[in-house]
Design a protein around this ligand. Structure first.
Ligand code: SF4
Ligand code: F3S
Length: 106
C-alpha cells in the first residue's frame, strides 16, 4: 500500500487526491492520509506530490514506519477528500522542513 509521510504536514498540496481512482485519501487539518484497505496500489499519486511525501510501504525508512499506523488510524476518523483545494499560503515554506511530525494536528 502507499503511505503519506512527514513532508505532507503543513504542505498539503492535495494534487494527490485528483489522480486517485478509488478516492482513498482522508483529510485532517494539516495532513492527508491514505486508507490502506482501500488503496489499490496503482502508484498514480506518488509522482503527483510536489512534496514527495507519498511512498510505497516497502520503500519507507525506519523513521518513516510510524506513518503506516498513522495513515491507517487517521483514515478511520478523518473525512474523505477527492477534490483538489488550495494549499496553505505558506506550504512552499514548509516543504522539506525537518521534524514536522510534532506539528501534526488531529
Ligand atoms: Fe490512490 Fe493509487 Fe495512490 Fe493508492 S496508490 S492512494 S489507489 S492513487
Ligand atoms: Fe500531501 Fe503531497 Fe497530497 S503534500 S496532500 S501528499 S500532494
Amino acid at each position: 500500500t502507499f503511505v503519506v509521510t512527514e513532508n505532507c504536514i503543513k504542505c498539503k498540496y492535495t494534487d494527490c487526491v485528483e489522480v486517485c481512482p478509488v478516492d482513498c485519501f482522508y483529510e485532517g487539518p494539516n495532513f492527508l492520509v491514505i486508507h490502506p484497505d482501500e488503496c489499490i496500489d496503482c502508484g498514480l499519486c506518488e509522482p503527483e506530490c510536489p512534496a514527495d511525501a507519498i511512498l510505497q510501504d516497502d520503500d519507507l525508512s525506519d523513521e518513516q514506519q510510524v506513518y503506516v499506523e498513522l495513515n491507517a488510524d487517521l483514515a478511520e476518523i478523518w473525512p474523505n477528500i477527492s477534490l483538489k483545494k488550495a494549499a496553505p499560503d505558506d506550504a512552499d515554506d514548509w516543504n522539506g522542513k525537518p521534524d514536522k511530525l510534532k506539528l501534526l494536528e488531529r
